[in-house]
Design a protein around this ligand. Structure first.
Ligand code: C2E
Ligand code: CA
Ligand code: CA
Ligand code: CA
Length: 274
């Protein structure tokens, strides 16, 4: 049994080493990517729930790798979080989004921040400088954070969030409902927007629970004057349900997928004529 155990260990070792090496490779590659401008932002339009009016866009990172093609953030964001490169990436994304969206004339742009970014004591200052340098109005910038951040109870995080809100930047709570005891956070920190996690949206018409929870979240948010965005809307049935419960905004493949800036034209026209 002992020999067998050792054999198993040996069989697992190379795979772990391989994973570590792959992660290290992505990390080095990512540093180069940042330098060589291989990162880009795609934008996904957000609509009022009637589906006709564009209200803004969510910026989503993409890596245009010279040999591997388009790499999803699901692959490189976790590596960047582990290596500490994430804050550089995220501040790059904020700056790029402000530079690009200022030309759109109207509408909000939402950028995702990692909980790790909030370990920077001067995060709010860094964002303030970006707004100053790009001339982008704070009111048109929305920062998307996740429940994990509020769960962590880092005093620096609350300080940065408060400073951002005082500057006029909007705060959205992303993936709402996917974590723990979400309602308590709404008392501890006031957000402007709640984004209902797409797992609930995708269960509309499948489980009664999902529909009941969405209805309840929308009522609660409305009572607190918080805007509700439903994400991952893929079917007409889902959209109809969200309209019926009074959800404010919708985002999802049914209406528009994330796209490069060069494809945004018709959405920007809608934005300007809304
Ligand atoms: P997220 O913030 O929850 O972003 C929404 C994700 O859902 C995006 O995936 C989007 O392309 C996808 N999506 C949009 N509509 C639909 C739909 O109708 N159905 C389905 N199934 N999916 C839809 P994406 O772009 O691959 O991003 C994945 C995650 O990577 C994001 O999830 C976010 O957590 C992270 N991420 C993206 N950009 C950044 C960034 O600049 N900084 C940080 N820290 N994280 C980022
Ligand atoms: Ca998001
Ligand atoms: Ca989300
Ligand atoms: Ca997410």
């Amino acid at each position: 049994a002992k020999a067998e155990g050792r054999g198993m260990l040996r069989a697992f070792e190379p795979r772990m080493e391989q994973e570590v090496r792959q992660r290290r490779e992505i990390e080095v590659d990512l540093q180069r990517a940042l330098r060589d401008n291989e990162l880009t932002l795609f934008y996904q339009p957000q609509f009022s729930t009637d589906g006709h009016t564009v209200v803004g866009f969510e910026a989503l990172l993409r890596w245009l790798h010279p040999s591997r093609g388009l790499i999803s953030p699901a692959e490189f964001v976790p590596v960047a979080e582990q290596s500490g490169l994430i804050s550089e990436l995220d501040l790059w994304a904020v700056r790029r989004a402000c530079e690009q969206a200022i030309g759109w004339g109207a509408g909000r742009v939402a950028v995702n921040l990692s909980p790790i970014d909030f370990r920077m004591p001067d995060l709010a200052d860094a964002i303030w400088r970006i707004l100053e340098e790009t001339g982008f109005p704070a009111e048109r910038l929305e920062i998307e954070i996740t429940e994990n951040l509020l769960l962590g109870n880092q005093p620096e995080a609350f300080a940065s969030l408060t400073a951002l809100r005082n500057m006029g930047v909007r705060i959205a709570l992303d993936d709402f409902g996917s974590g723990y005891s979400s309602l308590g956070y709404l008392r501890r920190f006031r957000v402007d927007t709640i984004k209902i996690d797409r797992s609930f949206i995708q269960n509309i018409g499948k489980t009664d629970d999902a529909a009941a929870i969405i209805d309840c979240v929308v009522r609660l948010a409305r009572a607190l004057a918080i805007t509700v965005t439903a994400e991952g809307v893929e079917t007409r049935e889902q959209l109809r349900y969200l309209q019926s419960v009074g959800c404010h905004h919708v985002q999802g493949y049914l209406l528009a997928s994330p796209m490069p800036v060069s494809s945004l034209g018709r959405y920007l026209d809608q934005l300007r004529h809304a």
